[in-house]
Design a protein around this ligand. Structure first.
Ligand code: SME
Length: 164
């Protein structure tokens, strides 16, 4: 299972690197990342990004039902992961104080910050209708994809204007 997951995330990283190649636009790259995650990972009801803008998180490209547009820094799972610049795995969102329920179907959640030299640019957020859907291998796999996106966009500083 763990080996299978690790291989799957390795393949996802390769696919994402191929999609990124030569493309500076942050929104386009984030949109493809959301689509890749939503369609390739099992048991998700939402996959997307929020970007840090003027001290709050603002909804970016995603797949799934419409979601809350603005999240205050430190609020919910997304805001908490952004504030601490650390990924958060929530096995059961009903037990996470302050969880923001965008889709009542969501039961577990994984949020990984996009960190560029200590600056939080935003987060990748995954939701699942299954309790305990995400483990440390998912966290490591998504952190790898987050690092790929940040390293890529760093080559195009203009693409990060107004973010973070
Ligand atoms: N549940 C998140 C809000 C974003 S939606 O899940 C898409 C949170 O608590 O931060």
């Amino acid at each position: 299972m763990a080996v299978h997951k690790q291989r799957r995330y390795r393949e996802l990283a390769e696919q994402f690197a191929a999609l990124l190649a030569g493309e500076p636009d942050l929104i386009a790259n984030a949109a493809n990342l959301a689509a890749l995650l939503y369609h390739d990972l099992a048991e998700l009801n939402w996959a997307g990004l929020y970007f840090a803008r003027a001290g709050e998180l603002v909804l970016g490209p995603f797949q799934g039902k419409p979601a809350c547009v603005r999240i205050a820094w430190g609020r919910g799972v997304c805001g908490a992961a952004a504030a601490q610049a650390e990924a958060i795995v929530v096995p059961d969102v009903h037990e996470f104080p302050g969880h923001i329920a965008c889709d009542p179907a969501s039961r577990s959640e994984l949020v990984v910050p996009l960190v560029e030299r200590g600056r939080v640019l935003g987060v990748i957020d995954l939701d699942s209708p299954l309790r305990g859907r995400f483990d440390e291998f998912d966290r490591a796999g998504i952190e790898r994809l987050a690092a790929l996106l940040v390293a890529h966009q760093r080559q195009y500083p203009d693409s990060l204007a107004g973010v973070g």
